[in-house]
Design a protein around this ligand. Structure first.
Ligand code: SF4
Length: 230
């Protein structure tokens, strides 16, 4: 296990006290959450910026671009007016369509909200390039409003935990969203949501999840199946 799981993460391997998922994920984040520049000094704009840059792009690639943009262009207005100068930096992350919808989103926010970012879900969803996930991330991490994250990490974790078949439609299914919503922490939505993302990335990985050593394996349907056939 040495070298795979660090000292802090060892607390979360099997044998750790059983607790509900919500408390578990909050504690996981508090004790071994990942440290990224967009997780410090969170503003709605910086969350928006980071989530646009992170779409289908690795965090280590995004870090220098985020630092550069967030330092020089701290809000919608400055970034919109300096967009021509930063195109190259954004383009370096790939996905050229990102440039188009990001600029359209900034323009929409300037025209409709004088560059402020609204916290209302429907208003956020009307911004070009902002869908369910980014809207939820801005509300949770930017405003501290409890909302539900249903990205690939959440779908993978909850489907495995409850032994559900995952399909491309799962994340849109009302019953699944209700299930995930039941676990959201109202008082610690930021820590809970980061914990979910970090735990799914560290333990409940897409390929070869670490079920053997996972603290949730006795509660988790998938962990139990793997245990049974080992
Ligand atoms: S037991 Fe396995 S599938 Fe279940 S939560 Fe842990 S790592 Fe994920």
């Amino acid at each position: 296990m040495e070298g795979i799981i660090d000292k802090k993460q060892q607390k979360f391997i099997c044998g750790y006290n059983e607790m509900d998922i919500t408390t578990f994920l909050i504690q996981f984040y508090n004790e071994c959450g990942r440290d990224y520049p967009w997780r410090n000094e969170r503003t709605p704009f910086k969350v928006y910026l980071s989530e646009v840059l992170l779409q289908r792009t690795r965090a280590d690639q995004v870090e220098p671009v985020f630092r550069y943009l967030a330092t020089r262009y701290p809000d919608v207005k400055t970034l919109y007016h300096g967009f021509e100068e930063v195109k190259h930096a954004i383009q370096s992350l790939g996905r050229s369509c990102r440039l188009h919808y990001f600029k359209a989103g900034l323009e929409y926010l300037l025209d409709n909200y004088s560059g402020e970012i609204p916290s209302d879900r429907q208003k956020l969803m009307a911004v070009p390039g902002i869908g369910d996930y980014i809207a939820a991330a801005i509300r949770i991490f930017g405003f501290g409003i409890p909302d539900v994250i249903v990205d690939t990490n959440a779908v993978r974790f909850f489907c495995r935990f409850y032994g559900l078949q995952s399909t491309p439609e799962t994340r849109r299914r009302k019953s699944f969203i209700e299930l995930v919503t039941r676990h959201v922490s109202v008082s610690n939505c930021v820590e809970y949501s980061y914990g979910l993302l970090d735990f799914a990335a560290r333990f409940c990985q897409p390929v070869r999840p670490l079920c053997d050593i996972c603290a949730l394996k006795f509660q988790c349907k998938n962990g139990n199946i793997i245990k049974k056939y080992n």
